[in-house]
Design a protein around this ligand. Structure first.
Ligand SMILES: [Zn+2]
Length: 119
């Protein structure tokens, strides 16, 4: 999905275009620049032997949160299935328990009646 880049109100220090980054020098001077003039800032930094700190004014398009949300809901869905499976297993174990209880009751009754115990 393509998102139109956001435009800043601040003009570039060099060409006057809408700025896309903020820069600051170690001695405190700072301002705004467009991406096109960043190389100019960097070469100035190299020439001066100093570091220029450049920060994007706008965060990159938020594609990641959507993916993360999708993963999150998938994870939740799986967790629900796991929980449901565990619940069904518990019910099954309960039924097994009931069946074996009933089976021994039947055997006891058959034994009491003197009949065959074929359950
Ligand atoms: Zn510029």
């Amino acid at each position: 999905m393509y998102e139109k880049p956001q435009i800043s109100d601040a003009p570039c220090f060099s060409c006057g275009q809408p700025a896309e980054v903020h820069y600051s020098w170690p001695w405190g001077e700072h301002g705004y620049s467009c991406n096109g003039c960043v190389p100019h800032l960097r070469s100035t930094a190299v020439r001066l032997g100093r570091e220029v700190e450049i920060t994007a004014l706008f965060a990159p398009p938020a594609a990641a949160p959507t993916e993360r949300q999708e993963l999150f809901s998938l994870t939740q869905e799986f967790q629900l299935k796991i929980d449901r499976t565990a619940m069904l297993e518990a019910q099954l174990a309960q039924r097994d328990h009931e069946i074996s209880g009933l089976t021994s009751t039947i055997r006891e009754l058959q034994a009491a009646l003197g009949g065959p115990s074929q359950v």
